[in-house]
Design a protein around this ligand. Structure first.
Ligand code: CUK
Ligand code: CUA
Length: 662
């Protein structure tokens, strides 16, 4: 649109929005309003004054109009973003870029009472191996469940890179239901990616360790250290990963990186990029080169190509070795049977993204200016005809690079990740250049580059990694914000920049500072695909996935004692707890079973007891259990922690712990 026309239309739209031109019910009216002399419109004059006062350009106002979401209006899309070090998932509306929720995943989340009651503690505890309980996670890649390669809005999975874990969040109530700790690997990265029908949640290791977390000296790196591609079996009905039905493929000790599942024509395959095929282990104190330089010697690392259906067959046929309860297909078997094949990938690869039609795999190279597009049909042919260029040091067949690719696209400095729109375009993040490159999948030509602020890592698009991307929006997930926001100390917020991709040119329309951690990946789903519950059926324990046997109805509240164990069956409803007096003896074990008997929308109570680190969230209908030892004699007020009603402050009671011998 020409500037003057746009200006006139903008004035019209604003006049409409402000009601000065009457209620503008259709486009013709809007246009008519737009053709009026703008200076004669009070609203426009006001707008110009306002723009001048705030130093806003017309582009700024256009961006505001595209993102401003008046009260009561809902967002069209939701972003599920990695919360990075916070160990959480962040839920953000688009186009408003308002944060709607933080989902507690690997880290306790006090508001949700996640990590302060028996069942949520169990979920978190299942994620701790060894003798230290983990209080955080390094969340990298949230992935929504898919049906036929499209988001279905039912579940989201996410990995913790630091501790090699995968979590399952149920989108029926946006709660974490399961954390599965991988007993074999020391860290993960290529996760938690799903196969097109969510049969498997894929998790690949990052930094090689001996499988099973055993000790072996670094001098045994090549012999004893290994990578792993883990296929966690997901039971959609139960909404849980089933470790006993899961399995892995042993990989060489290269640092496996990003992964993506094939779709459509490449369904049944998984692709994983890697770095450090040099197997550098550092030794800086002994005067050896640092890992970063040792790992950057080769011109090529290996894209790992896994035929997971074949792997599954072999595992089911008993070809796997069981390690710590997990069936693992040995590297030699995987290589010999065509489950694992390699092809070169240029210079410090990162990102591994399958195109919407499943025909291509895009890999970026941090130290290369190209994006490489592999051709799955060629790869499949080469493997079927056993046309290998050679083998790697572990006997894994290697395909010829030039025979396996469709081509390369010149993108710029530091290409990382790629997402797609509905018009055949791809969008790649350029970390070093701080730009988004838009390019055509058909001609492998870069069409446009947009500066982002700064050093973009991942990029996401509306349903942009499914079989049918929506277009409309891209979000640059920038690692640095430098001069974008008011300074808040030396640790700067990350910066999500919303980009409108609906026109010919990309337009930046919103900056969202993220102050919770360093997010990596995120996905954006059409909001109307989600149908979360508003109220739990009475007595629901969301972690048990149904009615809690300890739930009570109003009128059936009671306190029972069995030896030195006290069970308190309590209800919470505006604005009291029944019972509101609990007397126990020092040393008693106390089991609180609290049910909210509310059935009204958004009517949540909380529950805390002074000094006992108890903090529950009681959404309507929910039951929570919490067990503790009354080991501190004294008087402990308990109260509701949500401002639930006019008499919220009165929603309180006492727990008395009688000292021993009194
Ligand atoms: S990685 Cu972070 S920017 Cu973990 Cu997906 Cu590429
Ligand atoms: Cu219930 Cu405040």
């Amino acid at each position: 649109m020409k500037t003057w026309m746009w200006r006139a239309t903008l004035a019209g739209v604003v006049a409409c929005a402000l009601g000065s031109a009457g209620a503008c019910t259709n486009k013709a009216e809007q246009q008519a309003a737009g053709q009026r002399d703008t200076t004669s419109l009070g609203a426009s004059a006001d707008l110009k004054t306002l723009m001048a006062a705030r130093g806003l350009s017309e582009a700024d106002v256009e961006a505001a109009l595209k993102t401003y979401t008046p009260t009561g209006k809902k967002d069209e899309y939701l972003i599920f973003a990695s919360g990075g070090h916070s160990g959480q998932i962040l839920v953000i509306g688009v186009p408003s870029m308002r944060q709607l929720k933080t989902i507690g995943v690997f880290t306790p989340e006090p508001w949700q009472g996640y990590g302060y009651g028996d069942e949520s503690n169990k979920v978190l505890a299942a994620g701790s191996q060894g003798t230290h309980s983990l209080g955080w996670g390094d969340v990298h890649h949230p992935n929504l469940s898919e049906t036929n390669g499209d988001y279905d809005g039912q579940f989201i999975f996410v990995n913790d890179k630091a501790n090699g874990r995968v979590a399952v969040v149920d989108l029926a109530d946006f709660m974490t239901k399961q954390i599965v700790a991988n007993p074999l690997v020391g860290s993960d990265h290529g996760g938690a990616f799903v196969t097109p029908n969510t049969d498997y949640v894929v998790e690949t290791s990052q930094y090689p360790t001996p499988l099973g977390r055993e000790y072996a000296p670094l001098s045994d790196y090549k012999d004893k250290y290994r990578g792993l591609a883990m296929f966690w079996k997901f039971d959609r009905k139960k909404g849980r990963i089933v470790p006993e039905q899961s399995w892995g493929v042993e990989l060489p000790p290269y640092s496996q990186d990003l992964a993506d599942a094939g779709k459509k024509v490449s369904d049944g395959w998984v692709f994983i990029n890697s770095f450090n095929t040099e197997m550098a282990t550092g030794g800086t104190l002994q005067g050896k080169p640092a890992i970063e330089s040792g790992a950057s010697q080769n011109d090529m690392d290996y894209l790992h190509i896994i035929d997971w259906r074949k792997g599954e067959q072999l595992v089911n046929a008993g070809k796997a070795t069981t390690m710590k309860g997990i069936r693992v297909l040995p590297l030699q078997t995987a290589a010999a049977e065509g489950v694992l094949t390699f092809v070169g990938e240029p210079k410090s690869p990162h990102g591994c993204d399958v195109t919407p039609d499943g025909a291509g795999i895009v890999v970026g190279g941090k130290l290369d200016t190209h994006g490489t597009v592999y051709d799955f049909a060629k790869i499949k042919d080469l493997i079927a005809n056993k046309k290998f260029e050679g083998k790697d040091a572990f006997g894994v067949p290697v395909l010829a690079f030039k025979d396996s690719i469709r081509g390369q696209v010149e993108l710029g400095l530091g290409p990382l990740h790629t997402v797609f729109d509905d018009k055949g375009n791809a969008y790649t993040s350029l970390f070093l250049e701080s730009k988004v490159a838009k390019w055509s999948l058909a001609d492998l030509k870069t069409l446009e580059k947009l500066s982002v602020h700064y050093n973009i890592g991942h990029i996401l698009a509306a349903e942009g990694d499914t079989v049918s991307p929506d277009g409309k929006y891209v979000v640059a997930m920038n690692k640095m914000s430098i001069d974008r926001f008011t300074p808040v100390g030396p640790l700067y917020p990350q910066n999500f920049q919303l980009v409108d991709i609906s026109g010919d040119k990309m337009r930046m329309i919103y900056d969202l500072p993220i102050g919770d951690g360093e997010p990596h990946y995120a996905q954006m789903i059409k909001a109307d695909k989600l149908h979360p519950e508003k109220i739990y059926p009475p007595g629901t324990n969301p972690y048990l996935g149904g009615h809690d046997p300890n739930a009570v109805e109003g009128g059936k509240e009671r306190i029972t004692r069995n030896g030195d164990t006290v069970d308190v069956y309590m209800t919470a409803v505006r604005s009291h707890f029944v019972p509101d007096q609990i007397e126990v003896n020092e040393g008693d074990t106390v089991n609180l079973h609290i049910t909210s008997t509310e059935q009204a929308e958004d009517q949540t109570h909380g529950f805390t007891i002074d000094m006992y680190n108890i903090n529950l969230s009681l959404e309507p209908g929910k039951t929570e259990n919490v067990t503790f030892k009354a080991d501190m004699p004294g008087v402990y007020p308990f109260y509701c922690t949500e401002f639930c009603s006019a008499l919220h402050l009165e929603m309180t009671g006492y727990m008395l712990v009688k000292p021993k011998g009194k």
